[in-house]
Design a protein around this ligand. Structure first.
Ligand code: FAD
Length: 457
């Protein structure tokens, strides 16, 4: 990148808000799973105006701009593919306005998801989307990926809470989309288009979201099953019984073993499947929900069913699930993590198919995740060898084929980024991909913003 461009960027945001050394820039070539190329510059803007000026400069000089929240993405969304400027939103991290009369909140993109939830809870308010990374992910990243989490089963995903946005278009104009009201159908729904667009259509600089009252009470249920199929069919049975827990998280045998080894909580050996279920609502609604769930899991041959309403004990029950993501690396150093979704009635079929794939391809496959949504984090753990990589690639292809055959989708919440773009055509027709590419061209005629993402090249 030419010195005069670097100087211009330093003039816009201040020299102290630019990282230019190779060591510092290298830190921004990764996300939680992928490695890209080292960016030319890392820049910390403080306003939509800063972002606008940098994007206008990028169009004049044709360099890529890559938005980045906390870099916890799992599909390469925030990594540079062709170098350029990484824009990091850690300085834009204010909660701007809480409207307690209308139950809305307006924030900057760098606010940490957990911080927002904690602040809202102090006022008896609830912002439900809770990706497992919520302690460090940013709201901007959540919006760009349309993040979900355990709470999605009852409360929906990020898009269900975003009412309106301030967005800087790739060409530098600052626009407002959506509403601050609970309804609004004026013109096309650009807000929904930006949510989940993986930082390719515009840079989000302000977000207005709806809030709901914090549920009065909740209870946590840990159910252990000897056979994984029984755990899977308990999920389908709970959904079919029209109970709506806030959360149904699932872990298979390999996942349970892995987390028990990393952080023992004294689970019996040889457990085939585990469900962590939470119900919430008015105080008096909790016990009837617990009883319904308990009856279903016991009918489905749960060998143990622990229930607690005590927050500290609930925290202990969550331990196995919480340590799991990191614990998987004790198995092998490389993780290929997918997040497929299938209709919930097909969960047992998917679980059987995964067992068969593990045998067929000879690689450890763990599955866990938001089973209540039919959303499974399938982790293929491999050694860093060409043979293992080839086996994993075949397993991923087989997983995606089975997912589509069952009427599912390739990603429930992690997005496509760079890591899944080669498979886009398995789910979307050429006409649909061409339409999406035309939308990208309309917003970003010079392909400045986050190039090399979503679409196969
Ligand atoms: C252990 C672990 C568990 C996880 N669990 C979940 C889970 O349960 N559910 C889930 O949904 N995800 C999960 N994730 C994935 C990840 O945390 C989410 O995708 C999260 O939303 C990313 O937020 P971030 O701030 O780290 O964004 P980044 O990773 O920095 O960026 C993600 C995308 O957002 C874009 N972006 C960032 N800020 C902006 C902005 N202001 N404007 C426009 N585009 C922007 C980036 O360009 C990129 O495409 C998990 C990740 C880890 C490591």
């Amino acid at each position: 990148m030419e010195d005069k461009i670097i100087e211009e960027i330093m003039r816009i945001v201040g020299k102290e808000n630019v990282l230019a050394s190779p060591e510092e820039r290298k830190c921004y070539s990764y996300d939680a799973r992928n490695e890209g190329v080292i960016p030319d510059l890392v820049v910390f803007p403080s306003s939509a105006d800063d972002v606008s000026k940098i994007l206008k400069l990028a169009n004049r000089h044709r360099f890529p701009v890559i938005p980045r929240g906390q870099g916890s993405g799992l599909t390469g969304g925030s990594i540079p593919v062709y170098g350029g400027v990484v824009l990091v939103f850690t300085r834009m991290n204010r909660i701007l306005e809480v409207d307690t009369e209308n139950l809305t909140v307006t924030v900057e993109p760098g606010v940490i998801t957990f911080d927002l939830q904690q602040e809202m809870a102090k006022q008896g308010l609830f912002y439900p989307p809770d990706p497992a990374s919520f302690k460090y992910s940013s709201i901007g990243g959540n919006v760009a990926e349309c993040a979900g989490g355990p709470n999605s089963l009852k409360y929906g995903v990020t898009r269900d809470y975003v009412l309106g946005l301030e967005v800087v278009k790739p060409t530098g104009e600052i626009i407002k989309t959506g509403v601050r009201t609970m309804k609004g159908v004026v013109g096309y729904d650009l807000t929904r288009l930006f949510v989940g667009s993986e930082g390719t259509l515009g840079i989000v600089t302000k977000i207005t979201m709806k809030l709901i009252p914090l549920p009065e009470a909740k209870a946590t249920i840990l159910a252990l099953f000897q056979e994984v199929e029984d755990a899977a069919s308990a999920v389908s049975a709970i959904i079919a019984a029209k109970v709506v827990p806030s959360t149904i998280e699932f872990m298979d045998k390999a996942s349970i073993k892995c987390s028990e080894q990393a952080s023992p909580m004294g689970l019996p050996e040889g457990i085939g499947g585990l469900l962590l279920i939470e119900v919430d609502g008015d105080r008096e609604s909790i016990q009837p929900q617990v009883e319904k769930v308990r009856k279903i899991v016991l009918d489905k041959k749960a060998i143990r069913c622990d229930v607690t309403a005590d927050p500290q004990e609930a925290d202990r029950l969550w331990q196995a699930r919480r340590v799991l993501s990191q614990a998987t690396y004790n198995l092998n150093p490389v993780k290929i993590a997918e997040d497929v979704v299938v209709p919930r009635s097909h969960i047992p079929t998917l679980i059987r198919a995964l067992e068969e794939m593990e045998k067929r391809f000879g690689v450890p496959i763990l599955s866990f995740g938001h089973a209540g949504d039919g959303n499974f984090h399938v982790s293929i753990m491999i050694k860093d060898t060409p043979e293992d990589r080839e086996r994993a690639e075949k397993a991923v292809e087989a997983l995606f084929e089975e997912t589509i055959r069952l009427g599912g989708t390739l990603s429930g919440e992690h997005g496509i980024g760079t890591s899944k773009s080669a498979y886009l055509g398995m789910e979307l027709s050429p006409e649909v991909i061409a339409t999406m590419k035309r939308i990208k061209e309309l917003f970003d005629p010079n392909n400045i913003l986050n190039p090399g993402k979503i679409f196969p090249e």
